[in-house]
Design a protein around this ligand. Structure first.
Ligand SMILES: Cc1ncc(COP(=O)(O)O)c(C=O)c1O
Length: 403
């Protein structure tokens, strides 16, 4: 049992706390279900180097979307040959760095990007390994903002654009065309959207092969959801694997998966402290030292997290709004949450905050970024120091003409 009170004592609050055993178990569920596949951890979920190192030790590759994430992989010890580079806005500098590092493939999101990558590769005297990202026109993620595979979303290529581009890329002397990728979004709670996307992908593979165009690798993206609430029942990794085996197995390609949230989401909590309890006109506000600056998902998507006192006090439950210190009315972590009596100083746990938590934290209202701690059995180590108030202003310069 993690000693959260000791962690709060040693490192203060708010602090992100990750459980190494839970991350390993989540990774191993994928690795054992997909023995031949590359499990490319979607680094955007959590870029703490210690978390990435833990996954690298398990054998994970990475899915990256920026030069910063490439650097994180290098520092964490993820082999470049196990890295796929996705994203609509790869800059020349990022493309150059990825090609120089020797990444496994760049997932292409547009014809213009393909042309630019070919030019850069030619200038470097090498062939760029690429895959084309299909837009399967499938929705199905829990939030509109995390749905990425619909016609009209900014990601990927529609089949009518992809097929001629694939033929062009196949013939191109500066490109090594490996195959296709697809990623329809994040926090998907049923198999149907995956089934629809994989069926489209399989059709496109058959169409390309019928034209004599080889497809060696299929990157199936990420997206498998986690249960933030009791009502959520996402498919198991085993069920997901059975679908992949049925839909993609017969195509006989290399398989790449890009799970993020499913590896780290449930393994993290935010340890926060009650600053004040305020009786408002519409009920009780429990004000924490963590808010939308610490965890933006509730304000950004209306996402819900389980929020609970570490040591519940005896007494009747009363509906509360759990809020942060930020000067915005959207700074609400939980609404109408039945809580037992709470007092200033009590410790509170915000569950399932391992993905898109710390990496989306901000310094809004000049709050330093939280500390991050990794627990492994009886070890609890600080893996990212709390930012200090002086850190907040370290990059500021006041011009001499204002002196
Ligand atoms: C290209 C790509 N791959 C993988 C992922 C990971 O998704 P998830 O964390 O839901 O597994 C994302 C995140 O949305 C993504 O954009």
């Amino acid at each position: 049992m993690t000693d959260f009170a000791a962690i709060a004592q040693a490192h203060g609050t708010p602090t992100y706390v990750y459980d190494a055993a839970a991350i390993r178990a989540a990774y191993r569920a994928f690795a054992s279900a997909f023995p031949g596949a590359l499990i490319a951890y979607a680094v955007k979920s959590n870029t703490a180097l210690a978390v990435m190192r833990l996954l690298a030790r398990e054998g994970a590759g990475a899915d990256i979307v920026s030069g910063g994430e490439l650097e994180a992989c290098v520092r964490a010890g993820i082999a470049p040959g196990a890295i796929v580079f996705s994203g609509v806005g790869k800059t020349d500098a990022e493309i150059t760095a990825a090609l120089a590092a020797g990444v496994l493939q760049l997932n292409i999101e547009s014809g213009a990007e393909l042309a630019r990558i070919a030019e850069i590769a030619r200038g470097m005297g090498l062939r760029a390994p690429v895959a084309l990202r299909l837009t399967p026109d499938v929705g199905g993620a829990a939030f509109d903002q995390t749905t990425t595979g619909r016609r009209g979303d900014k990601f990927g290529l529609l089949e009518e654009d992809l097929v001629p581009l694939y033929a062009q890329a196949h013939r191109h002397p500066d490109l090594d065309l490996r195959g296709l990728s697809v990623h329809i979004g994040s926090q998907i709670l049923s198999l149907e959207p995956f089934a629809a996307a994989f069926a489209r992908l399989a059709e496109v593979v058959q169409r390309l092969r019928a034209q004599g165009l080889p497809v060696r690798a299929l990157d199936l993206g990420g997206g498998l959801g986690i249960p933030y609430e009791d009502v959520h029942a996402p498919p198991s990794v085993r069920d997901y694997e059975a679908l992949v085996r049925r839909a993609i197995g017969p195509l006989d390609t290399e398989i790449i998966l890009e799970p993020g949230r499913a590896l780290v989401g449930a393994a993290g909590v935010i340890l926060a402290r009650v600053v004040r309890v305020k009786e408002g006109a519409s009920g009780r506000f429990v004000v924490l030292d963590a808010g939308m600056n610490t965890l933006v998902r509730p304000a950004l998507y209306g996402a819900r997290h389980r929020v609970e006192p570490l040591a519940p006090r005896p007494g009747p439950l009363e509906p509360c709004a759990v809020v942060g210190p930020i000067c915005e009315s959207s700074d609400v972590l939980a609404r109408d949450l039945p809580l037992p009596p709470v007092e200033a100083g009590d410790l509170i746990l915000i569950r399932d905050a391992g993905a898109h938590g710390a990496c989306l934290a901000s310094t809004y209202n000049a709050h330093p970024l939280p500390a991050e701690v990794l627990v492994d059995g009886d070890k609890a180590s600080l893996i990212r120091a709390r930012q200090t108030v002086p850190d907040l202003f370290a990059r500021d310069r006041v011009p001499a003409w204002l002196a």
